[in-house]
Design a protein around this ligand. Structure first.
Ligand code: FES
Ligand code: MG
Length: 579
């Protein structure tokens, strides 16, 4: 960058903390000196916050303590001053009832900690499912320059010479274990081999989907999302993030200049082409709305119809893993393959256009990243349904289910709670046929609460023993990005608030028609109206604390489950701290 284009150090946001010759600034400077820094370390330099979601109970981010050092190395080298700060580590594996309840907590924390501290720019370190949307949503609202540093996928799993994919193979082998086909010893072996290193799930689950979306939107260094967590290239990328964020501050490259409607559309197209997790729908809508871009379910459905799925990565297609995807060229190569569908004039955090950033990208294995002429699936990963069961929409992943369910009619088998359903599916005498449509309700944003990833409802044992591994399932829950099967998810409005899913009864005929994007119960309108009139709302789930606040402010799935008061159009944005 030419010196003439650089911001004057007096114009840095942090100068308000450190520059004035007054008592308050004296205090700020003396506290940096308490940390062992001299004025030469920080005077007139961009202050870079490193928001680190490391935690000992976040197994996907266990390399982040070390990685933050790489980021700092880059920041100091480029003439910035780095300060690492812990951030709520929303982990996917251990959080009950679901990590989703805390995505907005992370978003709030991120926004408020950025706003209240003397940062000129931030590097956000995340990756495990909700951490990506949480950090990005918060940082968009805070509005200062940021780079997202994705944790990177873990190594491919392995047991006894067989490759194992996060999530997908857990579900698959669990069904085999329930069918009596797996010994205790094998089961423990699989347990030890399915997660072999630091990093996020190495299938195209929610984590890799969300980091790909963030990459495609221009918020990571180009292609950063594909680099495996333990690859030394990941360390180098960390240092590059540190170097780059310092220049972004001087250039005043704020998120509103990057996250345009075209950038959001690019991200949605890339999501469709990767075989994205269904969770992407909820998070992408929430992220876009923070940036003032009103992305709708119908927009996503339209993009899905015209974007073939070309990443042959589990749970879609033949089933390569993220390491294969990286070696095949990674996300930059995938974007090169679909370049004609993308707006290549969008700029990324490195200040270059998308076109420039993918100019030299190549596909090295065209079975992993397929050409448009030979896709894994001719449409995108997701389809949005409407009908009398889901007036505000529902989502299905046709690429991950048996095509025989695309058009299906069958009797409903309805459960009001997860424990009730779990008991029934384990009952070998349950009266159920492969044509039945299993329905779980009270699993939405308020009912779950937090839309737990229950949507891949377990196949009843009675059917498993007969050799069945899929059936049509419907809920207002989400499902893990590593899940698969004929599962209709995110039914809105949810049953807990009286959506039509609350009114369906066991035995009613339900009809799914994916080509026409319909989901209906074949029940006369007068009957539905009578059931609605007789419906009484359930007791609220929480009476205090975060859950109480969550229940009062969370929006429905089709709106991204953000809090109403955090959306960009809710009210005036608070001014910068001036005291
Ligand atoms: Fe962390 Fe899957 S559990 S990414
Ligand atoms: Mg997940």
């Amino acid at each position: 960058m030419k010196d003439a284009d650089r911001k004057d150090p007096g114009g840095l946001r942090s100068a308000r903390w450190f520059a004035p010759d007054d008592l308050r600034s004296f205090g700020h400077r003396s506290r940096l000196m308490q940390l062992g820094y001299s004025e030469a370390d920080f005077k007139d330099k961009p202050v870079i916050g490193i928001l680190n979601t490391w935690s000992e109970i976040n197994s996907c981010h266990s390399h982040f303590r070390e990685r933050a050092k790489d980021v700092k190395r880059g920041v100091f080298q480029a003439g910035g001053f780095a300060l690492e700060m812990p951030s709520l580590s929303v982990d996917e594996s251990f959080t009950k009832p679901t990590s989703m309840i805390y995505r907005n907590m992370l978003a709030m924390e991120c926004e408020e900690m950025i706003r209240s501290h003397p940062f000129d720019g931030v590097v956000l370190m995340g990756g495990c499912d909700k951490t990506t949307p949480g950090l990005v949503m918060g940082a968009i609202s805070a509005g200062i320059p940021f780079i997202y540093l994705p944790a990177g996928p873990m190594l491919a799993g392995n047991y006894a010479g067989n490759r194992l994919g996060s999530g997908s193979d857990a579900w698959k082998y669990w069904d085999e274990r329930r069918a009596g086909n797996i010994t205790d010893e094998e089961w423990v072996g699989i347990q030890g081999g399915i997660a072999r290193s630091p990093g996020v799930c190495m299938t195209m689950g929610t984590a890799s989907t969300m980091t790909a979306i963030t990459d495609a939107m221009g918020l990571t260094l180009p292609g950063a999302s594909s680099i495996p967590a333990v690859d030394s290239g990941h360390q180098r990328m960390g240092a590059d993030c540190g170097r780059r964020i310092v220049d972004m501050v001087w250039e005043d490259l704020t998120p509103d200049r990057i996250i345009t409607p075209a950038a959001v559309q690019n991200a949605a197209i890339v999501a469709m082409a990767t075989g994205c997790s269904t969770n992407a729908v909820v998070h992408l809508i929430a992220m876009a709305r923070r940036a003032g871009v009103d992305l709708s379910l119908d927009d996503l459905d339209a993009l899905g119809r015209t974007t073939p799925l070309i990443a042959n990565v589990r749970p879609s297609g033949k089933g390569y893993l993220m390491e294969d995807f990286y070696f095949a060229g990674g996300l930059r190569a995938l974007m090169k393959e679909i370049e004609e569908k993308l707006d290549t004039t969008c700029i990324g955090v490195n200040g270059r256009t998308l076109g420039e950033n993918i100019a030299d990208a190549k596909v090295y294995n065209d079975d992993v990243i397929r050409p448009l002429s030979n896709p894994v699936y001719h449409e995108g990963s997701l389809a949005v349904l409407r009908g009398n069961l889901c007036p505000d929409g529902a989502v299905i992943k046709p690429a991950a289910c048996d095509p025989k369910y695309y058009v299906h009619e069958g009797p409903a088998l309805v459960f009001d709670s997860y424990p009730e359903m779990k008991k029934a599916v384990d009952d070998e005498d349950l009266e159920v046929t492969p044509d039945h449509v299993m329905i779980l309700r009270n699993a939405g944003p308020l009912g779950g609460p937090g839309m737990p990833e229950w949507g891949m409802l377990p196949i009843p044992k009675a059917l498993i023993r007969q050799g069945h591994r899929d059936m049509l399932r419907i809920s207002d829950a989400r499902m893990s990005g590593t899940s698969y099967g004929a599962c209709v998810l995110h039914v809105a409005p949810e049953s807990f608030v009286g959506g039509p899913l609350a009114l369906v009864k066991t035995g009613d005929i339900v009809r799914l028609d994916v080509p026409n994007r319909r989901l209906d119960m074949l029940v006369p309108e007068e009957e539905i109206a009578a059931r609605k009139a007789a419906w009484t709302p359930p007791e609220p789930k929480y009476e205090r604390g975060w859950g109480w606040m969550f229940s009062r402010h969370v929006t429905q799935a089709d709106k991204g489950c953000d809090f109403d008061y955090l959306q960009s159009d809710f009210g005036r944005v608070a001014g910068e701290p001036d005291i």
